[in-house]
Design a protein around this ligand. Structure first.
Ligand code: AMP
Ligand code: TRP
Length: 376
């Protein structure tokens, strides 16, 4: 389940902090890839978000060809599908933007914007919902795990359709609209998003068939699975690290200081074996720590395991090595984040410019969509 050999060395990723290094590009008619991804503003970014998504986004941004177009969206409408405190959500929107900048997303190289600043997403979502079979949506099961997480349920069996609101049910249609509005060709997301990507692909084909005589209007977007597929909870290695888990010690947040990181790792659940081995099926807690260490340092897992052969108190030492390596990659982004989150005028200006570019990119497509469906 962990393609560990593929885990990227985060240290080796180039990080771009300059916010004014490139000239703006024109986004209208270029060939090349259109890469789109999104993150919900539902709390402080954690290690799972970073290793599973954001580190990959930074790498894609820095290795993009001049003809590629890259968009990263903070998806507030998706956040509303679970209850949110408006005050907290308002802060989380800015914080998520600050976190993406702190990790090296460069708004001069990408279109970095808040989803809800471009109304085209909801317009297209409505149109797509009118060609989405109810049965297909019923087969999407992510709403169950989201509700289970948010309600601290023991299992998805405790969740039933009576708890479901229409927004959460049609969540994947809005996600398809996010992607198709920009005629995106590639979507870098974690494995947990595969079902949603399938629906986006089906809806692109269905729209083309229904309204464009089967000719390609929307490209069929490809999922780019991130190399580090799943960072596990430090407290329950049968589930993924998530923002919604009720136990704050189960995740490492961008705001965590070195002593906090050490404390959380000291408390991480590992296996009772006294020696260290890599077994992601049976010894998940230890495998999770080895994977994180490998991603942070670039050292292969077999090498790390070999270093621990015959060591006394191996788990305790491993945990502190993970804490040290994490601190190495966390220190600078944490400092930048703490500074940036207070620069509200700057953040609002970045968001405004991103919104302008995003709207620009979808204008022509939406005109054509309206014509194709007969609404103008
Ligand atoms: P979310 O916080 O649910 O909006 O997720 C934002 C991105 O982070 C998505 O691409 C997810 O697939 C990824 N992600 C979230 N949690 C994890 C995790 N524990 N391991 C790997 N990727 C994750
Ligand atoms: N559903 C994604 C998640 O939970 C977030 C998201 C919304 C997204 N729209 C998107 C991801 C479009 C990729 C493309 O992580």
């Amino acid at each position: 389940m962990f393609p560990i050999s593929l885990a990227p060395s985060v240290r080796s990723l180039p990080r771009t902090r300059s916010l004014c290094s490139h000239l703006n590009r024109s986004y209208s008619t270029k060939p090349g890839r259109v890469i789109f991804s999104g993150i919900q503003p539902t709390g402080i970014v954690h290690l799972g978000n970073y290793l599973g998504a954001i580190s990959n986004w930074v790498e894609l941004q820095n290795n993009a060809k001049p003809e590629d177009q890259i968009l990263f969206s903070i998806v507030g409408w998706h956040a509303l599908t679970l209850p949110q405190n408006p005050k907290v959500l308002r802060t989380a929107r800015r914080d998520t933007l600050a976190a993406l900048l702190a990790f090296g997303i460069d708004p001069k190289k990408t279109v970095l914007f808040h989803q809800e600043d471009n109304q085209c997403h909801t317009e297209l979502a409505w149109i797509l919902s009118c060609i989405t079979p109810l049965g297909t949506l019923r087969r999407m099961t992510t709403w169950k795990s989201r509700l289970a997480d948010s309600r601290n349920a023991n299992s998805e069996d405790d969740i039933n359709e009576g708890m479901l609101n229409a927004g959460l049910f049609t969540y994947p249609v809005l996600q398809a609209a996010d992607i198709l509005a920009y005629r995106a060709t590639h979507v870098p997301v974690g494995e947990d998003q595969t079902q949603h990507l399938e629906l986006s692909r089906d809806l692109a084909k269905s729209f083309n068939k229904t309204f464009n005589g089967k000719k390609r209007f929307f490209p069929v977007p490809e999922q780019m699975i991130t190399p580090f597929k799943r960072v596990l909870s430090l407290k329950d290695p049968t589930s993924k690290m998530s923002k919604s888990s009720p136990d704050p010690t189960s995740r490492i947040l961008l705001t965590d200081t070195y002593p906090m990181i050490q404390q959380k790792l000291r408390g991480a659940v590992t296996d009772s074996n006294s020696h260290i081995s890599f077994d992601p099926i049976n010894l998940r807690g230890t495998a999770n720590l080895l994977s994180i260490l490998s991603a942070c340092t670039g050292e292969t897992i077999p090498n790390i395991v070999a270093r621990y052969t015959g060591k006394e108190k191996a788990h305790g030492i491993l945990k502190m090595e993970v804490a040290d390596s994490l601190e190495e990659i966390w220190r600078q982004p944490r400092q930048d984040f703490e500074r940036l989150r207070g620069e509200t005028e700057f953040l609002d200006a970045v968001a405004k410019e991103g919104a302008r570019k995003a709207k620009d990119m979808t204008q022509q497509t939406m005109k054509e969509v309206r014509t194709l469906v007969g609404l103008c």
